[in-house]
Design a binder for this molecule. Structure first.
Ligand code: SME
Length: 168
């Protein structure tokens, strides 16, 4: 079956997120393979918004390990509490960074990344199992709209996590 994402030609992110979300649901909710679903979600986000980098990191032991992503190659492992991703894991909350140079301990996988938002996804025991990381090559590129809508997509990822036959 041909899969495609169709959205209005607009730069209004709220419109784009509202159009994208049901398509993400129909793309993923009948598929139980988590990696395949995450690959399509990050691909759809990058395709829709042309973000510089979109990807996920999985919690594995005391580290985050790189998962499906789109964009330039990135750091493979991030320790608990380190960088924006490790801090989001530790705090169990979204971190929106308007200027990465002003975030103490930011991990610069690319010098082109200027602003960033990281959203954690939690399992039924309230443990973080993954973080969704979106980077922009523009300063201050993420707003409350991005936070709300990307958190909504993290809730979809939580549903997909729970639907797996066994965890990755
Ligand atoms: N900047 C992130 C590292 C991951 S890359 O941006 C893809 C951080 O500080 O955690």
């Amino acid at each position: 079956m041909a899969e495609s994402i169709i959205v209005t030609e607009t730069t209004d992110r709220k419109t784009l997120y509202r159009e994208l979300y049901p398509q993400l649901e129909s793309l993923t909710l009948n598929e139980t393979d988590l990696i395949a679903n995450l690959a399509n979600i990050v691909g759809a986000l990058r395709q829709t918004f042309q973000f510089f980098w979109v990807g996920v990191y999985f919690v594995k032991g005391e580290e985050l390990v790189l998962g499906p992503f789109q964009g330039p190659v990135a750091c493979t492992r991030i320790s608990f509490g380190k960088g924006v991703c490790g801090s989001s894991w530790k705090r169990k909350e979204t971190i929106l960074v308007p200027d990465v140079e002003k975030f103490p301990g930011h991990i610069a996988c690319s010098s082109e990344s200027k602003s960033e938002i990281v959203i954690p996804a939690l399992d039924d025991s309230e443990n973080v199992f993954l973080v969704l990381d979106v980077d922009s090559d523009r300063l201050d590129d993420f707003s409350e709209t991005d936070q709300i809508e990307l958190e909504n997509i993290a809730r979809l990822i939580e549903k997909l996590w729970n639907k797996q036959p066994s965890s990755v």
